[in-house]
Write a protein that binds this ligand. Structure first.
Ligand code: FBP
Length: 534
């Protein structure tokens, strides 16, 4: 009888052998210091005396871990395609020389509470090239207090771990940086290394060219947006407002716009740079709707980054003030008490918003003090305000969508499968050389995997000071869309034409087999940025 425990695609993907730079497959790790990745802020340097002066390093030969390495791994934050392959890369490098990989369960809390298990070959093999984080689970806990650092140290000592790998986004890698520093300061021999994960694409700087998961997730969203664009054009009666995940930064929206060529896309960073108020944002999309309607086109596609709301100046200010007010609230404060502490203009902004949005703005912050933008229906806010602004309600019919979870656990594209497997081996190599306080990276990602260069980037070089829960703290900086960068310029030069014509592209589903230009492609963002650097 046919085995139906796996879909045909799952079975085929398990057999996929990731493409990796040859250096990562040979023995004996050798790392060379290059130069300081960037100048570390003096306040950060004073708080990270053991890791602030690390140099960026490059692997010149071999990365197979020496015998007997015991490494712990944790998945932290939101799911991103490829997390399992970081683990298979680590596992393969370690097990080739009798090493061992322990998975901490349920995210950082798994280290704090020492909940973990040594991973075996069968379960690792079953998760090769799969999406999801279900092998060990994930979580958003923050490792913040002295007691928690000590508990993590104890877990590492008890398990005699030579290394710990934190797979996460900006906040999780901040955790990794703090832990690496704390371990060095307190004589804990476990080295700590981070891996850049997030579909949001906002963990990148210098040698960290992109975070894993961005490639797969944006391809899934672009497929869905393309399908909707074709539906919109076929029916000719709906404007579709599509909110896309990505937190504050608009990288996901920009990439999806580049892949699909919608009639309109908000880019949060542009809104902030120009200081566009909510009313001005609405005027811009309304102008496109009116123009198109004048030509008999009553359909369209508008992309809305989930973080847009934070970039509209008056709402951004309101959110910051609410963040501080909520951080100081004991949980018993009513909406009115919380609002009473805000400046009058922010109170007015709050009251001008639809009730649904007001409620969502007051929801709990995440453990890092961030507003949870995925829970705010910004696309509905835009629709409501456009409706108020326009007077032709009969011919302006809308649909709204939110795409986020649809893409976070898709089977990684070949790029993400290759990249994450290589990141796992790079992390193993850094640890095998006793390097701590680094994030694993590969440079040259727009080229063939055989030309990628395994690199270690000091975590402190990615940090800046930010206000969190009302206090200044060193954190890894979120990379926002660069308005002078090639991806945004490409978009800005073409958007007028995309608004007028139906220039939609239909990228279709991510492909795992077939011509390399389809199955092994790179995102437009990565390609345009690499072309600009060349
Ligand atoms: P990370 O920064 O942890 O990678 O989060 C990615 C993300 O998908 C964001 O785009 C989104 O805003 C958030 O997670 C949603 O969080 P949750 O999974 O807790 O609903």
């Amino acid at each position: 009888m046919q085995d139906r425990s796996l879909s045909p695609l799952q079975a085929e993907r398990q057999r996929y052998a990731p493409k990796v730079p040859p250096a990562l497959m040979s023995a004996g790790p050798t790392w060379e210091g290059a130069a300081a990745a960037s100048q570390v802020d003096p306040t950060i340097a004073s708080q990270f005396p053991h890791t602030a002066e690390l140099l960026q390093i490059r692997c010149t030969s071999g990365t197979l871990a020496p015998a007997g390495q015991r490494v712990g791994v944790v998945l932290s934050g939101g799911q991103a395609p490829g997390g399992h392959n970081v683990m298979t890369g680590l596992y393969d490098a370690l097990s080739a020389h009798g090493g061992e990989l322990t998975g901490f369960l349920g995210g950082p809390i798994g280290i704090i509470e020492d909940k973990g298990r040594v991973l075996g070959a069968a379960e690792i093999d079953a998760h090769r090239n799969t999406g999801g984080f279900d092998l060990i689970g994930s979580g958003r806990d923050k490792i913040a207090t002295e007691a928690q650092f000590a508990a993590c140290a104890e877990a590492c000592r008890r398990r005699e771990l030579t290394g710990l790998v934190v797979i996460g986004g900006d906040d999780s890698n901040t955790n990794a940086a703090v832990l690496a520093e704390w371990f060095l300061a307190n004589g804990v021999s476990t080295s700590v290394v981070g891996v850049p994960k997030t579909i949001d694409g906002d963990l990148k700087a210098g040698a960290v060219e992109c975070s894993f998961g961005f490639d797969t997730a944006t391809r899934v969203y672009a497929q869905l947006v393309g399908n909707i664009a074709r539906d919109a054009r076929s029916a000719g009666k709906y404007w579709h407002f599509i909110r896309l995940m990505g937190r504050s930064a608009s990288h996901v929206t920009l990439e999806v716009a580049l892949q699909t060529q919608p009639n309109f896309a908000f880019i949060g960073e542009e809104v902030r740079a120009n200081g566009w108020t909510l009313a001005q944002c609405i005027e811009k999309i309304a102008a496109v709707i009116v123009d198109r309607a004048g030509r008999g086109q009553h359909h369209g596609i508008c992309l809305v980054p989930e973080g847009l709301i934070e970039f509209i100046p008056e709402i951004g200010r309101l959110i910051e003030q609410l963040n501080t007010a909520l951080a100081n609230d004991d949980g018993n404060g009513s909406e009115e008490t919380i609002l009473a502490g805000l400046p009058a203009d922010s109170r007015n902004v709050f009251r001008s918003l639809p009730a649904q949005i007001r409620g969502q703005l007051l929801l709990d912050r995440d453990s890092h003090g961030n507003v949870q933008v995925s829970k705010i229906d910004t696309e509905s806010l835009v629709i409501a305000k456009v409706q108020e602004h326009l007077n032709f309600s009969d011919s302006f019919r809308t649909q709204h969508h939110f795409f986020g979870y649809e893409g976070r656990c898709a089977a990684p594209t070949n790029f993400d499968a290759d990249y994450t497997y290589a990141l796992g081996r790079t992390a193993a190599s850094l640890l095998a050389s006793g390097k701590s306080g680094y994030i694993a990276a590969l440079t040259g990602l727009s080229t063939e995997a055989s030309a990628w260069e395994p690199t270690g980037v000091p975590l402190t070089s990615l940090m800046h000071i930010e206000t969190r829960k009302g206090k200044p703290v060193p954190v890894i900086a979120k990379a926002l869309v660069d308005l002078d960068g090639a991806p945004f310029r490409y978009f800005a030069e073409r958007r007028r034409q995309w608004a007028d014509d139906d220039a939609y592209l239909y990228p279709g589903a991510p492909q795992y087999f077939g011509p390399a230009e389809i199955s092994d492609g790179r995102t437009m963002t990565l390609t345009l940025e690499a072309e600009e650097r060349a």
